[in-house]
Write a protein that binds this ligand. Structure first.
Ligand SMILES: NC(=O)c1ccc[n+]([C@@H]2O[C@H](COP(=O)([O-])OP(=O)(O)OC[C@H]3O[C@@H](n4cnc5c(N)ncnc54)[C@H](OP(=O)(O)O)[C@@H]3O)[C@@H](O)[C@H]2O)c1
Length: 322
């Protein structure tokens, strides 16, 4: 089969598309004929050698969508549409950057849809992250105010749509004023221009602060996000777009306001349910939700797609079609 193999750690050119043996089918695993997969920023860290325990060469890709080629358990039928995400995929065993992927049964999610594969490929990890962050970590409720820090990211754009459907008021941030209109078109009620501090802009709109914050920039803006919450407000750090994993100084009694709450979301396949995924796919099919897909690459162009993602050129999800 053809696969985009990460031959060693390094820059995008270490990813080379070549012929490799098709994976063996084993008991408890499902062989998927991959049709498409989304690219994820965590795959840049893995490529660079920053994901502990990953050995090279390997086939990366923490998610894929496709059809069942073989399932020794008999649970899934040949040709059935499925998605697979996380659970060590593309890190501890070969992942989705290939024509076929063999994955454990636990990370397989069946679905049925007439949407095109490029749209379906954008969904699994993006939906798991947004749904888990909003519903499980932030426990969003109708009538609340939500600040999305990193609003133009694909996670941020989808989070805004789901929060609006649930009846929240949303403020989205961007560093780039030219992206203001696309955030409004996506449903945001207010925009804050983020040069590192947005507390004043947020308090000008909501003097008591916001109920919830989805923090996608990470440690570089986290202290300011904590300053934006109302008493008993909650901040969830889900992303690290600012590329800073560790905060230099953090004083809990000082940086977290009294009664304020801080959590993180590190999604896994167990955070996703088969029913929720199908419902979400149906909502896209019915036109209730619009996915922001920036570009489609082919399996021969995965190195190029990694470079594009790393250069921050995308304004939406990057998808690869096999
Ligand atoms: N916890 C989880 O389970 C999980 C799962 C998936 C993804 N994530 C994380 O969620 C975050 C969003 O992912 P994504 O794929 O949606 O991102 P994305 O679409 O690639 O985000 C692109 C946007 O990020 C902003 N950005 C880029 N570099 C930045 C910087 N240094 N400082 C501030 N903003 C910057 C830019 O916004 P502007 O130019 O408009 O400011 C850009 O439009 C990532 O950190 C990703 O790793 C977490």
């Amino acid at each position: 089969m053809k696969a985009a193999v990460t031959t060693q750690t390094g820059n995008p050119e270490v990813i080379q598309t070549k012929e490799v043996p098709k994976p063996e089918v084993k008991s408890g695993w499902v062989l998927i004929k991959v049709k498409a997969f989304g690219l994820n920023r965590s795959e840049i860290f893995t490529r660079k050698g920053d994901s502990p325990g990953v050995e090279f060469p390997c086939i990366q890709g923490i998610e894929c969508v496709g059809i069942v080629e073989e399932d020794p358990s008999g649970i899934y039928k040949k040709g059935q549409q499925v998605a697979a995400i996380m659970g060590g995929m593309g890190r501890f065993f070969d992942g989705g950057y290939a024509e076929y992927a063999s994955v454990p049964l636990e990370i397989v999610f069946p679905f049925s849809s007439s949407l095109q594969w490029d749209i379906l490929g954008a969904i699994p990890e993006m939906f798991q992250t947004v749904s888990g962050s909003l519903n499980q970590a932030l426990d969003i409720q109708s009538g609340e105010t939500l600040l999305i820090r990193g609003g133009t990211s694909s996670i941020g754009m989808l989070a805004c749509q789901l929060a609006k459907i649930k009846g929240l008021t949303v403020i989205s941030t961007t560093r780039n004023p030219t992206k203001k209109q696309s955030l409004l078109d996506n449903g945001s009620d207010h925009i804050a221009i983020d040069e590192g501090l947005v507390e004043d802009q947020v308090r000008a709109l909501f003097p008591d602060g916001v109920h919830k914050v989805l923090e996608l920039i990470g440690t570089s803006t986290l202290k300011d996000s904590l300053k934006c919450i109302a008493p008993k407000g909650l901040v969830c750090m889900t992303g690290i777009l600012g590329n800073e994993w560790t905060m230099k100084e953090f004083t809990p009694m000082g940086d977290i306001p009294s009664l304020g709450r801080l959590t993180v979301y590190m999604g896994e396949s167990k955070n996703l349910s088969k029913e929720l995924l199908q419902e979400f796919i149906d909502e896209i099919e019915n036109g209730k939700i619009k996915l922001n897909i920036d570009s489609i690459f082919s399996l021969d162009q995965v190195a190029e797609a990694h470079q594009y993602m790393e250069d921050n050129k995308a304004r939406g999800k990057i998808v690869v079609l096999t």
